[in-house]
Design a protein around this ligand. Structure first.
Ligand code: C5P
Length: 279
């Protein structure tokens, strides 16, 4: 049976602005995404003649069933391609959850990319993008990877020139932050309507001018660990910011972490790597 193996990279947000509240309850965003070399690893097998989904997640803290976004991605794909076969997934987690690194979203996008590569009649790109957005606001970006500007919920994507290979440290404080809680904690002033800068602005500005995250203030109010970590980073005099809705923060340099903070040295990565298929 063909087996696809692929990396599901982490992302950071090098800019995240709130442009207001939408009628559907989501927030309109302007963000710049960047994939990292830090990644989960996914294996996918398509078993013709069988049905259903099997998931082997080698991290006991992550659900192994229908609650896992990876499962939902496979189920969404199979609903559009009934009779394709059974999907067996192995998931080796490295990326922490509740971090703002997009681990779950990236795993889900990797399953979609893998199934597209294994499927003799793959779903068209537009249908895949719709399914990706149904799974989560960050999932469409992970079909692309690299450096990208986004508006909407994060699905109106414009690829930017890939950043040169850049050293980074990802810091994970001893706390996690649930995304809905951080959005809920925005004050009316923080979520007031604003104009987008537009992709062209980012293309013209040096990366140091991109660094801004409107979700930092609510995350700091909710989570003392994030507040302390950002205070420490301010003292290190290196470019830094919180990623997504936190709790991870990043510095654009290789730095040793403060006590009680896990850290990974990594690099910015280009577009998502191709799917490897073993027959
Ligand atoms: O789309 P995703 O599942 O990542 O969103 C998780 C939660 O984050 C949403 O239910 C919502 O509370 C909040 N969110 C938002 N606006 C966005 C993205 C996420 O309010 N653009």
């Amino acid at each position: 049976m063909p087996i696809a193996t692929l990396a599901a990279p982490a992302k950071i947000n090098l800019h995240l602005e709130i442009l207001g509240r939408r009628d559907d309850g989501f927030h309109a965003l302007e963000t710049v995404f960047q994939t990292l070399e830090l990644a989960d690893q996914i294996g996918l097998e398509l078993i013709p003649g069988a049905s259903g989904i099997r998931l082997d997640c080698r991290d006991p803290s992550i659900p192994n069933g229908p609650d896992n976004l990876v499962w939902k991605a496979a189920a969404g794909y199979l609903a559009r391609r009934p009779g394709l076969g059974q999907v067996a997934i192995t998931l080796d987690k490295l990326l922490p959850h509740g971090a703002g690194l997009g681990g779950g979203s990236s795993d889900a996008a990797a399953v979609l990319r893998g199934l597209t590569a294994l499927d003799p009649e793959p779903l068209p790109g537009a249908e895949l993008a719709t399914l990706a957005l149904e799974l989560g606001s960050d999932v469409p970006f992970f079909l692309l990877g690299g450096t990208a500007h986004a508006t909407g919920r994060g699905e109106e994507l414009t690829a930017l020139t890939n950043l040169p290979r850049q050293p980074l440290t990802v810091f994970m404080p001893g706390a996690i932050l649930p995304t809905p809680a951080v959005f809920r904690a925005l004050t009316p002033a923080e979520r007031a309507p604003r104009q987008a800068r537009g992709a062209a602005w980012f293309a013209q500005q040096p990366i140091e001018n991109w660094l801004h995250n409107r979700l930092e203030a609510p995350a700091r109010r909710l989570c003392p660990e994030v507040d302390r970590l950002l205070e420490w980073l301010e003292k290190q005099s290196v470019p830094h910011l919180m990623t997504g809705s936190g709790a991870a923060c990043i510095a654009l340099a290789h730095l040793d972490p403060p006590p009680q903070v896990r850290a990974w040295w990594t690099w910015t990565g280009g577009p998502v790597s191709p799917v490897t298929i073993r027959r």
